[in-house]
Design a protein around this ligand. Structure first.
Ligand code: NDP
Length: 321
């Protein structure tokens, strides 16, 4: 027999957005469930030091922050479920979510907080240097390389913004791009080219993240010129891979409106998706800010939007009696 769980609100995903939505929903008396997914805690569980989450003077650890958020959500009345949703049916109410475990979740409202993953180049040396100098977020980690040489890989808005941001900490920023022109907006390009702290290396791909010292940290990137094939070294203590993100939206493709890069579309200024009763928050709907604190902020918005939606429905049902 299929195991079945009914809830007023199901949160999909367990990063800062999902847990914050759960905290607000639980405190509003909705007794939410959080379906945690494959990587409970989300992207922050793979980050180490966090220095920009408000409220903590000292450096805190990403996994610890997520454990605290989970504990707080449980403390106020959230039920955590360790399952991965493999299909959703948003065509009927209550919505039906089916987990890998075989359990069916029937939810009056759903908050999607499945996040996004940074894309990486896929080099074994890059994997090895994660946390030792290879990063996918300059806003998160740039501060750790103050006064040192850094590099950014990519040619879109994110790469250019990260290079500009890094000049707050470093006088020597190298942007490495695989082509001879950037796809970033012109205004950002103008700022980049006008900044004396940044140099751009064109037509080049990274072939190796090079470590050194004990304990081992990043000392440089080996790059190959795409025309000459020549390999050269860019010295740097931090390398920021900024080649795009992939939102976790495969599950919703045929049911909710997505933009052309796969992010969930929401009504401006809200977390309402194209289906009433389904809300989205965090990196799955935000390709610009992508911070733990902004994810938490939109998580709060999603819970408030869901609560308001349910209250309006209850009122209508009462009025119809
Ligand atoms: P983009 O997809 O726009 O750019 C990715 C960049 O990485 C491209 O230059 C691409 O090269 C390069 N790249 C991709 N794969 C590889 C690879 N394997 N090796 C080397 N280089 C690679 O991603 P962004 O994160 O920059 O932006 C995503 C979206 O978010 C965009 O719509 C952007 O406009 C938006 N955004 C908006 C901001 C704002 O408005 N302030 C800030 C940040 C993002 P190539 O050009 O050759 O394809």
């Amino acid at each position: 027999m299929t195991n079945s769980i009914s809830t007023r609100l199901a949160v999909l995903g367990s990063g800062p957005a999902g847990y914050t939505a759960a905290i607000y929903a639980a405190r509003a008396g909705l007794a939410p469930i959080v379906i945690q997914g494959i990587q409970p805690g989300g992207q922050l569980t793979t980050t180490t030091d966090v220095e920009n989450y408000p409220g903590f003077r000292d450096v805190i650890q990403g996994p610890w922050l997520m454990e605290e958020m989970q504990a707080q959500a449980e403390h106020v009345g959230t039920k955590m479920v360790w399952d991965h949703i493999s299909s959703v049916d948003f065509s009927r109410r209550p919505f039906v979510l089916t987990g890998d475990s075989g359990t069916q979740y029937h939810a009056d409202t759903v908050v999607i907080a499945t996040g996004a993953q940074a894309k990486w180049l896929g080099l074994p040396s890059e994997e090895h240097m994660k946390g030792r100098g290879a990063s996918a977020c300059a806003t998160c980690d740039g501060f750790f390389y103050r006064g040192k040489k850094v590099a950014v890989i990519g040619g879109g808005n994110t790469a250019v913004e990260e290079a500009l941001y890094l000049t707050n900490h470093s006088h020597d920023v190298t942007l490495i791009h695989r082509r001879d022109s950037l796809r970033a907006e012109k205004i950002l390009q103008d700022r980049l080219f006008a900044n004396e702290k940044i140099k751009v290396v064109w037509d080049s791909e990274v072939v190796e993240f090079v470590g050194g010292g004990d304990p081992e940290t990043l000392v440089g990137l080996d790059i190959r010129n795409k025309h000459s094939g020549e390999i050269s070294r860019v010295d740097c203590a931090g390398a920021f891979v900024a080649i795009g993100h992939k939102p976790a939206t495969e599950l919703f493709q045929s049911q909710l409106e997505l933009d052309d890069e796969g992010y969930l579309e929401v009504e401006v200024g809200t977390t309402r998706t194209s289906i009433p009763g389904v809300f989205a928050c965090g990196d799955v709907m935000d390709k610009i800010y992508r911070q733990a604190v902004t994810a938490a902020g939109t998580g709060c918005m999603a819970a408030l939007d869901a609560e308001k939606f349910l209250a309006a429905e209850d009122y209508q049902a009462l009025a119809a009696e």
